[in-house]
Design a protein around this ligand. Structure first.
Ligand code: PXL
Length: 287
């Protein structure tokens, strides 16, 4: 019997202030009973979303020696999960990590931008090579901006009909990953949803959330980490999507009620306990 918790190598940045990437992924997955081994891609004083001159140290030369050490220790990982990268070479390094643990769940959050714009540290070359990383993934979790970049199409936040939404998911899956979840989609019925596709079962799903008129950094990272933890716990794709949607919604609404500066991120310290209850999600629907 396997006595140890599920173990994830999380290849993301460490931003000291602003609650995104490793500073949310670590508490979320730990609260879900999953061990996280952070592999920082860079250290930043804050996220890059409007907090002035960020102090940043790139750690591109760290990733592969770190992998070699883990291999020497014969450590096994049940999942490798990549996110915010700080150089184009890190795309190759992530691919080496995925190749080193072929039986682990390969999660790629193709972090590149939001609200129709690339993040300021993401070069054109990084964006154009992200498809190679996506091709290695079992599951990807782009937001609508990143989904448009991956598909090489113009970003639009116009409402999508169900068949347009399904077509987008299927086209993303054709790039490699058998499971695709796109976050922050407005559907023609006026619903604000996270939508998903399980190619093996040919099943399309939606988890509808309440729209809150404010945007916080890091919510995509929280969504992807709850989704990952949920899948590692044995949830189906729609259950995992729903668990992640419910938790992000609860955390956004909790934060919104305090009206803090949105750049400071969400108050997950108030809501983490919810993740320990492990109630069965049930609000997902077929798309
Ligand atoms: O949440 C995505 C993200 C991760 N890491 C850094 C960021 C952002 C988004 O702004 O700036 C450093």
């Amino acid at each position: 019997m396997n006595q140890r918790p599920m173990r994830v190598a999380a290849i993301h940045d460490l931003s000291g202030f602003g609650r995104c990437s490793l500073t949310v992924i670590l508490p979320v997955l730990s609260a879900m009973g999953v061990q996280v081994c952070p592999v920082p891609t860079a250290i930043l004083s804050t996220h890059t979303g409007g907090l002035g001159e960020v102090v940043m140290r790139d750690l591109t030369d760290y990733t592969i020696p770190c992998l070699h050490h883990y291999q020497q220790l014969e450590l096994d990982f049940d999942c490798v999960y990549s996110g915010f990268l700080s150089s184009v070479n890190q795309i190759d390094h992530c691919m080496e990590f995925f190749a080193a643990y072929p039986h682990g769940l390969a999660v790629v959050d193709p972090v590149m931008g939001d609200h129709g714009k690339p993040y300021r540290t993401y070069t054109r070359e990084m964006r154009s090579r992200m498809g190679e990383l996506v091709a290695q993934a079992d599951i990807i979790t782009p937001n609508l901006t990143e989904a448009s970049m991956l598909l090489g199409q113009e970003y639009s936040h116009a409402p999508l009909t169900s068949s347009q939404a399904k077509s987008m998911l299927a086209r993303l899956s054709e790039k490699g990953p058998a499971n695709v979840v796109v976050t922050g989609v407005t559907l023609a019925a006026g619903e604000y949803a996270n939508i998903g596709y399980d190619r093996e079962r040919n099943a399309y799903w939606k988890a509808v959330g309440e729209y809150v008129p404010v945007s916080y950094p890091g919510t995509g990272d929280i969504f992807a980490s709850v989704l990952t933890g949920s899948l590692l716990m044995g949830d189906s794709l729609p259950m995992a999507m729903d668990r992640a949607t419910r938790y992000v919604e609860l955390t956004i609404k909790t934060t919104f009620s305090y009206s803090p500066d949105p750049r400071y991120g969400v108050m997950l310290e108030r809501t983490l306990e919810w993740l320990t209850h492990r109630e069965l999600p049930q609000q997902y629907q077929p798309l």
